[in-house]
Write a protein that binds this ligand. Sequence first.
Ligand code: ADP
Ligand code: MG
Length: 256
Amino acid sequence: MTEASVAKDAVAAAEELVVLKGVNKHFGALHVLQDIDLTIARGEVVVVIGPSGSGKSTLCRTINRLETIDSGDISIDGKPLPEEGKALARLRADVGMVFQSFNLFAHKTVLENVMLGQIKVRKADKKAAEEKARALLDRVGVGTQADKYPAQLSGGQQQRVAIARALAMDPKVMLFDEPTSALDPEMINEVLEVMQQLARDGMTMIVVTHEMGFARSAANRVVFMADGRIVEEAVPDQFFSNPRSDRAKDFLSKIL
Ligand code: ADP
Ligand code: MG
């Protein structure tokens, strides 16, 4: 290798934020993740799509170690996933996660929901945590709801609070697992718009979604999963207009 190509590889490695190599996972007899190799660069937006049961949620959950893996390696920003303890708590804070069901703390106000992790995990003082929480709630368009409880908000508002809560930890990467699937149709766009803006701001994002409009306009890459494998990866235009695999063709014919 020439010096120039070594330097280029070093730069490329520095740009790799999330790296999965040869990841396998079973649930009993079910081989739910099969030899997954996936590298996400800093600032990249990757949409993961595929049939129900193909392993998309499990993939997300392995990345912040809500699920263990049987073999392979996962690293975030050059560091292997820690097994447990404080290092794991810090890693989880580096990986923001937004689920289909908003998972807000029901007995805390919206403001408290966004302050809590900052104080407990990031050791922020209360005043700084509150300032940041208010700024983030403004940013996702729910600043006026700060003193309400989650149940008093619409689903779209709750999901935007969940996004603000994840952002409050200054994550290196945000994982979204079907963030709009549980929402009434009229609320989907308000959440997608917040995600679009995040993408434009340069956030590294892994998004499991069937919202093809979002994939087309925000994704740098589409990863198509079926039966626990990554079957196909391509830029959105290419994937949607010219899918290569029969599995992807079949899937797209059902959802488009
Ligand atoms: P997707 O998100 O693509 O719909 P999942 O990752 O949720 O797929 O699930 C993949 C497969 O693993 C499914 O067959 C599902 O039933 C199974 N599965 C998911 N979680 C568990 C679990 N905790 N125990 C056993 N099987 C599971
Ligand atoms: Mg899922």
